[in-house]
Design a protein around this ligand. Structure first.
Ligand code: SAM
Length: 220
């Protein structure tokens, strides 16, 4: 069986994963449909695909991980994106979250700090014909001001504090979703830009991410 195949078995495993995420509290049907659509096994290195439909994070090399499907669904749901809205993802990693954002109809800008992962993932998304995402290699802790403002900004690595440069790149009405805390545990924070200078902050549960590096992250 080729690595590239998306078989009846894979589709069945995705349906079971969607039901598991529903039981765990994910409600947004567009997010659940995206999880049901994106072939997560294609984001794993050859030989490790059998782990793809467990609700677990998994190593992707370079000391990084593909996030747990529940976390991907939870963060995507918190963004409350409508089709066509612009989203910046900080931490492209394997490209899986990026593919889920594309599947909910967003225009995706995604930036990855690690050049090896960036190159590997750029090729993978191209092979999967997900070339619609705008991919960048660099320090996303300071955002991507050239393409701002965004309706949503999603950070997929743990920040030591709210990354201030990202707040300024939100459109009024836009949402920033970012895990903030120490290296052991982080609170999921959603900040909504209510006006030019007004921001509302909510804290939504504990998670564990790899560290956000760069100027507004942890020291590299
Ligand atoms: N969203 C990814 C996926 O679907 O596979 C999971 C990402 S992994 C949990 C976090 C990623 O953030 C890693 O690939 C890491 O290299 C990247 N990262 C860390 N600091 C960064 C920064 N300042 N800018 C951009 N990416 C960063």
């Amino acid at each position: 069986m080729s690595h590239a195949a998306d078989t009846y078995r894979h589709r069945g495993q995705r349906r079971a994963l969607v039901e598991e995420l529903r039981r765990k509290g994910i409600r947004d049907e567009r997010v659940l449909a995206a999880i049901g659509e994106v072939p997560r096994h294609r984001f794993f290195e050859r030989g490790f695909e059998s782990h793809a439909y467990q609700d677990k994070a998994f190593p992707i090399g370079e000391g990084q991980t593909i996030s747990q499907p529940y976390t991907v669904a939870f963060q995507t749901e918190l963004l409350r994106l409508s089709p066509g809205q612009r989203v910046l993802e900080v931490g492209t990693g394997s490209g899986y979250q990026c593919a889920v954002l594309l599947a909910v109809g967003a225009e995706v800008f995604s930036i990855e700090y690690n050049a090896v992962l960036f190159e590997r993932t750029r090729r993978r998304l191209h092979e999967l014909q997900l070339g619609g995402a705008h991919l960048f290699c660099g320090d996303g802790s300071v955002g991507l001001p050239a393409h701002a403002p965004y309706d949503g900004i999603l950070v997929t690595a743990a920040a030591p504090a709210l990354p201030r440069p990202l707040l300024r790149q939100l459109r009024v009405g836009g949402r920033l979703v970012v895990p903030v805390g120490n290296e052991q545990v982080q609170r999921m924070v959603r900040v909504t830009r209510e006006s030019a200078e007004g921001f509302a902050q909510e804290e939504l549960g504990d998670f564990r991410f790899v560290p956000l590096l760069g100027a507004a992250g942890w020291a590299s």
